[in-house]
Design a protein around this ligand. Structure first.
Ligand SMILES: Cc1ncc(COP(=O)(O)O)c(C=O)c1O
Length: 399
C-alpha cells in the first residue's frame, strides 16, 4: 500500500495550483521578453505584468498603482521598515524610533534588530496578551515625537491570531506615524480591504496563497515615500530595481485572482475542517490546549500544546505516518529554542516545547482529518510514556 501523505503545513508554504502552473508556462518559453524592452516581446511581458498587478491589487481592494512586486514577504518587510526609517531620519535626524511587536516574523524582528544595532535606531517591542494580541493603550503610550513607523503583523504565522489592524491604523493616523503590516499569512486567507484600514504599507507573499515562491508584493498607499531597498534600474516605477520575474508574477496574479474568487468558501471550509480537528484532538488527548486567540484567528491555523513532551518528537513520529506538521515557524524549526511567539503569550518553555502547528488548506480533506485523529492520540501517548516529565507528574499525583 502506498504510504499516506497528508500535508498540514500550509502556513509554511502551499502547493502551486495547477491553473497557476498552466498560466505561467508560456512565460518561460514563448513570452519570455524583458518588460522594459521596446518591442513586441517586451510589450507582451509588460501586459502580463500590468494584468497581474491588477489581480493582486483586487485581492486587497488597492489601486494597481499601489502594488510593487518584490522577491517575497521577507523583502517587503525589510523594505517597508528600512525604507521608512532611513527616509524619515534623513529628513529629520530626531526621528529614530520604531514600534513593533514581540511576536513578529523574523523578517520584521531581525530587520528591527539590524536597524537598532547597526544604525542606532530605537525599537519598542510591544508585549502581547495570552492570546497574542497587542494592547492598543500600550501602543499609543509607546508613540513619541521620534516615532517613524509602527509595524504590527496582520495575523501571526505560528498561532494564527489576528491583530486589531483597523484600530492600530487609527492610532497611527492620529499621531502622524506610518503603519506597516505584514499580511503574509492573512492575505488570501481572510478578507482584507486596505481602503477600510489605515494601512500605509502591507507585505504579501505568493507562496502562501498557492502561487510560486520567491515572489511577493508590497502595497504602498499613494503618497507614502520611503527609500529604496534594492537599487538599480527603473523597474517598479524606480522603486524596486531588477528585471521582473514575469512567470512568477503571472503565477502570483493568478493565485491572487483565485484566492479572491474563492475567499468566502475558503474561509468557511477551512474553519469547518479546523473545528473538526480541534474538537477531535481536545476530545481524544488530555493535557492539551490550543494556543492563540480562538475568536480572532486565521481559519486554517491551529497551534496545539501537548504537555510533557517535545514538538520535535511529535513531528518525527507524525512524519513516519506521512503527516507533515510544524513545531513552530518553518524558519525556526531548525533550532531547538522554544518559539519566541509561544514564550511571548506566556507559555513556560516546557509547554512551548510541546507545541505542534497544524494548518489546513485548500487540498485538505475530511479523510485527512480523520486519519490525524486516528493516529495523533497514539503518537502523543507513546511520547508521554517515554517522558520523564509525565512520569514525574504522575508520581507527584498532579495528573
Ligand atoms: C508572517 C510572515 N512574514 C513573512 C514571511 C516571509 O515571507 P517569504 O517566505 O515570502 O519571504 C513569512 C513566511 O513564513 C511569514 O509567515
Amino acid at each position: 500500500m502506498e504510504k499516506r501523505k497528508i500535508y498540514m503545513d500550509y502556513a509554511a508554504t502551499t502547493p502551486v495550483k495547477q491553473e497557476v502552473v498552466d498560466i505561467m508556462q508560456p512565460y518561460f518559453t514563448e513570452y519570455f521578453g524583458n518588460a522594459s524592452s521596446f518591442h513586441g516581446f517586451g510589450r507582451d511581458a509588460k501586459e502580463a505584468l500590468d494584468e497581474s498587478r491588477e489581480k493582486v491589487a483586487a485581492l486587497i481592494n488597492a489601486q494597481p498603482s499601489e502594488i510593487y512586486f518584490t522577491g517575497g514577504g521577507s523583502e517587503s518587510d525589510n523594505w517597508a521598515i528600512e525604507g521608512a526609517a532611513f527616509a524619515a531620519r534623513m529628513k529629520d535626524p530626531t526621528k529614530n524610533h520604531i514600534i513593533t511587536s514581540k511576536i513578529e516574523h523574523h523578517a520584521v524582528l531581525h530587520t528591527c534588530e539590524y536597524l537598532e544595532k547597526v544604525h542606532g535606531f530605537e525599537v519598542t517591542y510591544l508585549e502581547v496578551d495570552s492570546k497574542g494580541r497587542i494592547d492598543l493603550q500600550q501602543l499609543e503610550e509607546a508613540i513619541t515625537d521620534a516615532t517613524i513607523i509602527i509595524s504590527v503583523m496582520f495575523a501571526n504565522n505560528e498561532i494564527g491570531t489576528i491583530e486589531p489592524i483597523k484600530e492600530i491604523g487609527e492610532i497611527a493616523k492620529k499621531h502622524g506615524v506610518l503603519f506597516h503590516t505584514d499580511a503574509v499569512q492573512a492575505a488570501g486567507n481572510i478578507p482584507i480591504d486596505v481602503k477600510e484600514l489605515n494601512v500605509d504599507m502591507m507585505s504579501m507573499s505568493s507562496h502562501k496563497i498557492y502561487g510560486p515562491k520567491g515572489i511577493g508584493s508590497m502595497y504602498m498607499r499613494r503618497g507614502v515615500k520611503i527609500h529604496n531597498l534594492i537599487h538599480g534600474g527603473e523597474q517598479e516605477k524606480g522603486k524596486r530595481a531588477g528585471t521582473e520575474n514575469i512567470p512568477a508574477i503571472v503565477g502570483y496574479g493568478k493565485a491572487a485572482e483565485i484566492a479572491k474568487a474563492n475567499l468566502s468558501h475558503h474561509v468557511e471550509e477551512l474553519t469547518r475542517l479546523s473545528r473538526k480537528l480541534v474538537d477531535g484532538v481536545l476530545e481524544r488527548i488530555p493535557y492539551t490546549r490550543v494556543n492563540g486567540d480562538q475568536e480572532n484567528r486565521l481559519p486554517g491555523t491551529t497551534n496545539f500544546a501537548f504537555e510533557f513532551i517535545e514538538g520535535e518528537g511529535i513531528l518525527l513520529l507524525l512524519d513516519m505516518l506521512g503527516i507533515a506538521g510544524s513545531s513552530g515557524s518553518a524558519c525556526t524549526s531548525g533550532s531547538l529554542d522554544p518559539s519566541h511567539v509561544l514564550l511571548s503569550i506566556g507559555l513556560i518553555p516546557e509547554i512551548a516545547h510541546g507545541s505542534l502547528r497544524l494548518t489546513v488548506g485548500d487540498f485538505t480533506t475530511e479523510e485527512d482529518i480523520d486519519y490525524i485523529l486516528e493516529n495523533l492520540p497514539g503518537v502523543i501517548e507513546k511520547l508521554r510514556s517515554m517522558s520523564p516529565l509525565y512520569d514525574e507528574a504522575k508520581q507527584a499525583g498532579r495528573i
